[in-house]
Design a protein around this ligand. Sequence first.
Ligand code: FE
Length: 281
Amino acid sequence: MNTRTVEKVINGQPTSDGAGVELVRMIGQPGLMDLDPFLLLDAFRSDNPNDYLAGFPEHPHRGFETVTYLLNGRMRHRDNAGNEGVIEPGGIQWMTAGRGIVHSEMPEQENGLMAGFQLWINLPAAHKMSAPAYQEHDAAQIPLETRSGTQIRVISGKTSQGTIGPVVQPLTDPLYLDVTLAPGIEFEETLAAQHNAFIQVIEGVVSLQAGDQSRVQLGRDQLAVLGKGERVVVHNEDQASRFLLVAGKPLNEPVARAGPFVMNTEAELRQAFSDYQRGDF
Ligand code: FE
């Protein structure tokens, strides 16, 4: 089996979004504009309420999916399709914006640690204008696969040992795993050979092989873009570590993006702005 090597290491770019939420942008920044079908990955982690209290008040989306995975804290979501819910630690919210949705994402706490990720996954042209959809799964609904020294929370996709996550999306076939390794453990997993994949470190230090046989070390808020191949091997160093392993089927379509809209052409973006301004979302 062909083992994937590290193609590129991305350091997160501190930025602010929404009404003033401090976060670290991993995908969707100059170092990595996208990794087809992934359009954006934001990491947020702060115990300073000034960094997150302002939240993400009402805003629109069209043409893709937003996936929020919360590690710490509580976040309330509300949208104009009538969905509302609170995501708690270990919970996931998977929103398919499709032709258009207007939503808000606000912290449901006034102090304490808030940490998690938001990932944007593209939709193919033929599905960008589909009806919006929403699903939410709390920590108890996310299966936990246990191997020796290894714990894997399976949010979407299927592991090589057959554990299946609650989210199924055949259009991009995403695999979304949250992996925790005990010290010194090596983690191995098979991946669809042609899917794009990355690793995002949450804590600890892991190492993977680079193309020139050297080893690449990755720490918190570093992301490794993986080359193609059937399997990934992640070696853990001398402390516990935790990382996301995410993979998906590339769409190979043109990407036109502006703020909260991601379409295939500039004309479709203009249409999105005018539809939203007309209140047609
Ligand atoms: Fe949003």
